[in-house]
Design a protein around this ligand. Structure first.
Ligand code: ADP
Ligand code: MG
Length: 401
């Protein structure tokens, strides 16, 4: 990778601006899932232990450029302090006199969290004056917010033009793991793909069609592929427009890449009618809806995955939020875990796939579970992430200097 890491720079006594993804679920000041806070700790702890003066930038929710008190990051400063084992200061603005005074008061080893950058409309507009004001707070910029790297905002992209910029440990770990899917992956390379809609993942299909050996398809999107193949999927969730699925089928055929679709399914009459869920062959859906892949399908997918040497899992195989429809995702997850124990590289990407991996207990057995939702998806689409490109530009300029 063509950017510098935190390991390459001296941080002692320096004012280090760190962009983290701390966009956690917060209700009435109470924290829900803390995965993103935990993921930020390695970088923050490292800086603290090396006596840096750490200034954390982050966003919370979508305040749309206005001050929204419910979206204040103040409670997150407390949460960070608890996990870092020490006080984390908080400043009520991310630029201007309040931020400047808080930064000036920092001692070596201190950590300061600044208020939600998205309270300023200039953040999402990637305003250069605002980006320069953020940059002026520090001597070094560390982008650790992989989950926001697909956004060209002032605190994720613009800032890197005005202060030396390096990647944090989470950013580095994400890009290293995801990079193993694109840089000469060991074959067979299998993509297990599910989730709601084909429409959301056309880009992932077209990029991975250039790389993978096979797809195993589940979730709502499998219904769309079945429908595109002329199978009656009853009242199942499916895309109205079948043409993207048809185009993917045609492309896969041309490249001789198997697209495995379900041969049986767990169906019911409604999402929440899980008591009446039953398993049927794919030809017998009737007026019901498909809510998970069936056991025969799951076993077939597991067999394909167990032989793979590189695996990417994006999107659950069924409505994993309900126990009655978790089996497909669990069986596929366990097969990936087994392949990984036998030496395969496995990456789980997508917010729901990652949540399912944690909930169903196979996350720890994966090579990597990505913390990025949209960012991971864009990576899998082969897009350049603006936050990463900015780090590469900064490294290039440092090389010239
Ligand atoms: P990811 O976040 O991993 O990329 P998506 O957001 O595309 O995944 O899709 C996840 C959603 O898809 C989940 O809420 C899940 O309930 C839903 N889903 C999976 N299978 C089905 C199905 N057969 N019918 C309807 N919804 C489904
Ligand atoms: Mg999702």
């Amino acid at each position: 990778m063509n950017f510098r890491s935190l390991r390459d720079v001296d941080v002692r006594g320096k004012r280090v601006i760190v962009r983290e993804d701390l966009n956690v679920p917060l209700k009435d000041g109470h924290l829900g899932d803390d995965t993103r806070i935990v993921a930020a700790l390695q970088t923050l702890r490292w800086l603290r232990e090396r006596d840096a003066r750490t200034i954390v930038l982050a966003h919370l929710g979508r305040p749309d450029g206005k001050v929204v008190p419910q979206l204040s990051l103040r409670p997150i400063a407390t949460e960070l302090g608890v996990r870092l084992g020490g006080r984390v200061g908080f400043a009520g603005d991310c630029v201007g006199p309040v931020a400047e005074a808080a930064v000036a008061a920092l001692h070596d080893g201190d950590t300061l969290l600044l208020e939600n950058v998205r309270f300023h409309p200039e953040e999402e507009a990637n305003d250069p004056v605002f980006a320069r004001a953020l940059a002026a707070l520090g001597d070094l910029y560390v982008n650790d917010a992989f989950g926001t790297a697909h956004r060209a905002h002032a605190s994720t992209e613009g800032i890197a033009a005005y202060v030396p910029a390096v990647a944090g440990f989470l950013m580095e770990a994400e890009l290293t793991a995801l990079g193993r899917l694109t840089n000469d992956p060991a074959l067979p390379f299998v993509c297990a793909i599910g989730g709601a809609k084909v429409k959301d993942k056309v880009g992932v299909f077209s990029h991975l069609l250039q790389r993978v050996s096979a797809f195993v398809i589940g979730g709502g999107m499998a219904n769309t592929f079945l429908a595109a193949a002329g199978i009656d999927v009853g009242t199942s969730l499916r895309d109205d427009d079948l043409s993207p699925a048809k185009a993917i089928i045609a492309q896969a055929k041309l490249k001789n890449i198997p697209l495995h679709v379900p041969s049986d399914a767990v169906v019911s009459t409604a999402f929440d009618a899980d008591a009446s869920a039953e398993t049927v062959p794919i030809s017998e859906i009737g007026a019901r809806m498909i809510l998970d892949i069936g056991p025969q399908t799951a076993a077939a997918y597991a067999a394909v995955l167990r032989d793979a040497r590189t695996i990417v899992f994006n999107g659950p195989m069924g409505v994993y939020e309900k126990p009655a429809y978790q089996n497909g995702t669990r069986t596929v997850g366990e097969a990936i875990a087994e392949a990984t124990r036998n030496g395969a590289v496995s990456v789980v990407g997508g917010g729901d796939a990652a949540a399912a991996a944690h909930e169903l207990g196979f996350a720890a057995a994966m090579t990597h579970v990505s913390t990025g939702g949209g960012a991971t998806l864009e990576f899998l689409e082969g897009k350049t992430l603006p936050g990463v490109a900015a780090l590469e530009r900064s490294a290039q300029e440092a090389g010239i200097r």
